[in-house]
Design a protein around this ligand. Sequence first.
Ligand SMILES: [Zn+2]
Length: 320
Amino acid sequence: MLATLLMIAAFQGAAEVAPRELAPGVHLITGVRAPDRGPDGNTIVFDGRDGLVVVDTGRHVWHSDAILSFARSRARPIAAIVNTHWHLDHSSGNLRLKAAFPHARVYATNAIDRALADGGFLAREFARTPEYLADPSFTETDKDEVRIFIATMGERNALRPDIQVSRSDRRRIGGRRFDVHVTDNAVTDADVWLYDPSTRIAVLGDLVTFPVPYFETACPNRWRAALDEVWATPFALAVPGHGDPMTREQFDIYRAAFGGLVDCVHTEATVESCGEGYSQTLTPLLNGDEARRQRVAAGVAFYVGYLRENGGKSADCLAS
Ligand SMILES: [Zn+2]
């Protein structure tokens, strides 16, 4: 997985650093992409009555530092952390945030439990870390990423929820009302996405990773259904796990590209033509950058091969 994530890193654009206000009381801390590093997911910070509600906490120290310095600049405590899913580019920062704000409670599904259990995705990757560290093809930066992973696994309980989210519901988190949605097998066994009725902002985690979806642990068919559920809400702005916030129109283009890709996986079409079809549909969002479009096509072609090896889904997907 590590090698895959590092490869995909090359497909993403550069990121901005300063927190950006998307609406009054809603700020985006963009996942910064450092050269040759694994990604950090986007963080969204909502003002709540009880303090700040931080959605996703990144992987690297510089990302959690950005969250902590934002909280200090607002002179407000972090009251709650929501993990959209357990991928470590969204949850590794939990520990540092909780160390600074011990009252912060982590809201997440229990999907992390299977990933950490014997034979689970993270347990398998963790078992391979000695091999990665001894691999001469790994650069020092790659090995540093492995060490970050090892450190996170050493404190793995910080990845687990304090408050388990098990079903979709309207609920208060940190004193702010959200429509909390729980997916049934999409990016992971169960992901969380939020709709904030007061601003019409939807926070999607890796239901959208722009420009290429990360399918490592995914059930593509259910994921596609989750995108349709997002579409059914009256959101005005959708914040992806990676990439810039999207208008409804932009999200719908992504949704169409994703749906076409899932269909293509189940055909006899070559992986290249599936990647080509996806990137063509996505073209309006790629700013006329032909070289980037070609990289997107190649990245998607890789995943089509990966999904076909496992009957159209990831090896870790338990659903249809
Ligand atoms: Zn991610």
